[in-house]
Write a new protein. Structure first.
Length: 753
């Protein structure tokens, strides 16, 4: 039971996420039946699973929620913001109940009180009928569900009026009736059945069939030769119409086809059925398009036809070929008890359910710690493979070198496949903010539209888990500080509804995540004044726009005039930068007053294993992430004393690793420059040797080295030695800062002259 409960909790959380997303969509488009059906299916699935694991407190709560959703589907209550808000609260409460179940406990008094408050509001405002809205403005015509055995009411085409105010129905049930010859002998009066049928509705047209009448001299006065084709207008369902002929059912041939206008209703009901495996006949009975008697009759006919065909195909049976009876759908259509369109819709539903079940069967849930253990083992395999390659190269044995080369390629493939297991789409994280934006915008009295792009972008699972908190701070700040209230926006010539974007895409071996708003932008002067007030910068100190914007990441820094529930305490943005830097990432800011701001987070694709470029300085080895390497050039002799070179007409600042890390010894006569690029900026790294590509297993440095600039981690070489992994971002920023200082010095020197 513990294992079953664990699976139920995991799957129910997925259902809740889908339910919440659908509720937010329903608020935007209240008339979307597919969305409403998705919400109902999610609640229905959770309740059913809770019953399996015998969790009474989830079953009882979800049952009331399901009842409200059922009324919503039937068009008995209307979709409005209040109902969506309550249903979202119910979704949150179910999530809390799942937490309790996962912990093996029972809901406490406070949680019970929250649940009762939600259910009381549902009962008072919607289930009791106080907000009953008839057809609820949704154009569903009081449609009823058939999960409890009900039938859809007639959904007729536009009626035609004639003189005198009488209405002529244009859409009727079609009843094809052939009485057997012994009906009269058994004391049955055919006309009495027609009169009783008239009590359920109106017979609009009746055609008497006499094709079975024999010549007059052959007629038997006690035999019945009559048949009827009837157009029947009624709100009764198919089962009720069939019951009219129960006493004569074995003595007649009866076919009942529903009005054409009901086809759309039946098809909608088929799509709304729970995603449980069902046969075609069961599906059609469930929605009321067939009666159980019709299905049983057609199944019996299927067996008779199959048995007859099997007897006639003795030759095939002798050859061992299995006999396949005709599909039940074909027999239903041949017997004229249901329209072909409904059989096709039921077959499509059955196929969808089977395909979904098959897809779910292909998925395997693996605990994250087992996956992490696999990645660690693959990392050790990469290190061991590098050691073997090195020894093979030193041995000079060609066959051994070739064999180890093939092994190395396989190790690379295993590495890529293992890392791909950890890659997940960031769209699931983005979608959580639909709810955040909805709730916060209402709390602030603002109209904000959330636009998500690039949700299919993949990122390491551990990064996706850690990036959620920084994104939350950025999104809430954008809504609170960035986007203005509707009246302010209109006064500034903007649309009253603000726009907030979450974008993700790949760029130069990294993943870019953007939070963009069209609000008022960052106030440069206000940030600078606040920084001076707090002593972060000196009065009169000259700072670039980018340096001023980055001041908002200082601990405790806030420009908010007053503290609110959302912000103003200065404890959010420094957490953003700290968390992003812990992932070896950066955050960049662009802003324009009156037009908005853009926060761009740049992250590496993975935290575990990367392709590196191995270089040497003196006796030390360093690794540069290969994704950052653009090219390698030779350092010219005339570059002595300078910290830049001319790269095809472009100034390329560089840093000498020998000087930066104070490596002892003289530099060799020939040095090389590795040209790297980060966030659109290029820089050079001067090294002694170029040692080629290298699979790099990233080993984090100890906490004592956390403030070390220019080093992002370490790795183990095939020789067992440790090589440091260079932090390309820090080196590029260092070069840019030095170049900017040199440029200012040159300008100052020129102005003095």
């Amino acid at each position: 039971m513990d294992e079953i409960t664990s699976v139920f909790v995991t799957e129910s959380r997925e259902q809740l996420a889908a339910m919440e997303a659908a509720l937010l969509q329903l608020e935007i488009n209240p008339g979307d039946d597919d969305t409403l059906n998705a919400i109902f299916r999610a609640a229905h699935t959770i309740k059913g699973g809770a019953g399996v694991v015998e969790c009474a407190f989830i079953v009882s709560f979800t049952h009331v929620v399901e009842s409200a959703l059922d009324k919503l589907r039937n068009g008995e209550i209307v979709v409005d913001d209040d109902l969506v808000a309550v249903l979202l609260g119910c979704s949150d409460h179910i999530g809390n109940l799942l937490d309790v179940l996962a912990g093996g406990g029972q809901p406490d008094e406070e949680l019970d009180g929250e649940g009762r408050a939600l259910l009381d509001r549902l009962q008072k405002d919607w289930l009791s009928g106080e907000k009953h809205a008839g057809e609820a403005g949704r154009g569903q015509g009081g449609r009823q569900t058939h999960e409890a055995g009900g039938a859809p009411p007639s959904h007729r085409e536009q009626a035609l009026e004639v003189s005198g105010g009488r209405v002529v129905e244009t859409d009727c049930w079609h009843i094809s009736l052939r009485f057997g010859p012994d009906v009269l002998r058994h004391g049955m009066d055919p006309l009495s059945f027609l009169r009783y049928l008239g009590s359920l509705g109106s017979i609009e047209r009746l055609e008497t069939l006499t094709d079975a009448l024999p010549p007059a001299d052959e007629m038997d006065a006690e035999s019945c030769y009559l048949g009827f084709e009837i157009s029947f207008s009624s709100d009764a369902d198919k089962a009720a119409i069939e019951q009219v002929f129960d006493f004569v059912r074995d003595e007649c041939t009866l076919h009942i086809l529903p009005p054409n206008s009901r086809l759309a209703d039946y098809m909608a009901l088929i799509q709304a059925l729970p995603e449980d495996p069902m046969r075609i006949g069961e599906i059609l009975v469930k929605v009321g398009a067939l009666t159980q008697a019709e299905v049983e009759k057609c199944l019996a006919l299927q067996q008779q036809v199959g048995a007859g065909d099997e007897a006639g195909d003795a030759g095939e049976a002798a050859q061992g070929q299995p006999h396949v009876p005709p599909p039940i759908g074909e027999i239903l259509i041949e017997q004229k008890v249901v329209q072909p369109e409904l059989v096709e819709a039921a077959a499509v539903k059955q196929r969808q359910v089977n395909e979904k079940k098959a897809a779910e069967a292909r998925l395997i849930r693996i605990p994250a710690d087992k996956l992490d253990q696999l990645i660690d083992l693959v990392g050790e395999l990469v290190i061991a493979s590098a050691s073997v390659n090195l020894l093979a190269g030193r041995s000079g044995m060609g066959d051994l070198v070739e064999a180890t080369s093939q092994t190395n390629r396989l190790v690379e493939s295993i590495r890529d496949a293992a890392l791909q297991l950890r890659m997940v789409q960031i769209g699931e994280t983005f979608n959580r903010f639909n709810r955040v934006v909805r709730d916060v915008s209402r709390e602030l009295g603002k109209e904000i539209e959330l636009v998500i792009t690039g949700g299919e972008t993949e990122l390491d699972k551990s990064m996706v888990e850690k990036i959620g908190d920084p994104l939350m701070h950025l999104v809430r700040n954008a809504m609170d500080h960035g986007i203005e209230t509707p009246d302010v926006r209109e006064a500034r010539g903007k649309l009253p509804k603000g726009r907030l974007e979450l974008n993700a895409y790949h760029d130069s071996g990294s993943v870019m995540i953007e939070v963009v708003d069209d609000g008022g932008g960052l106030d440069r002067d206000r940030i600078y004044a606040k920084a001076v007030e707090r002593g972060i910068v000196q009065v009169g100190q000259t700072l670039s726009d980018n340096e001023i914007y980055n001041l908002i990441f200082e601990a405790g820094f806030s420009t908010a005039a007053q503290v609110s529930n959302l912000s103003g305490r200065g404890v959010g943005m420094d957490v953003v930068r700290r968390n992003i830097q812990s992932l070896r990432g950066t955050v960049e800011i662009q802003s324009e007053v009156g037009k908005g701001s853009r926060f761009a987070i740049r992250l590496p694709l993975t935290l575990a294993i990367i392709d590196g470029f191995l270089v040497g300085v003196g006796r030390a080895a360093y690794v540069i992430p290969l994704d950052s390497v653009v090219e390698c050039i030779e350092l010219t002799a005339n570059a002595d004393g300078r910290d830049y070179v001319n790269l095809r007409g472009e100034v390329l600042p560089f840093v000498r690793l020998r000087d930066m890390f104070q490596v002892p010894g003289e530099a060799p006569p020939r040095q090389n420059v590795v040209v790297v690029q980060y966030a659109g900026q290029k820089a050079g790294i001067v090294v002694d040797q170029l040692m080629g590509e290298f699979q790099t297993v990233i080993k984090p440095l100890g906490s004592i080295f956390r403030y070390l600039k220019g080093i992002g981690g370490s790795t183990i070489l095939g020789t067992g030695e440790v090589a440091l992994i260079l932090d390309v971002q820090a080196l590029v920023e260092r070069c840019a800062t030095v170049e900017q200082a040199n440029e200012q010095a040159r300008q100052s020197s020129a102005s003095v002259r």
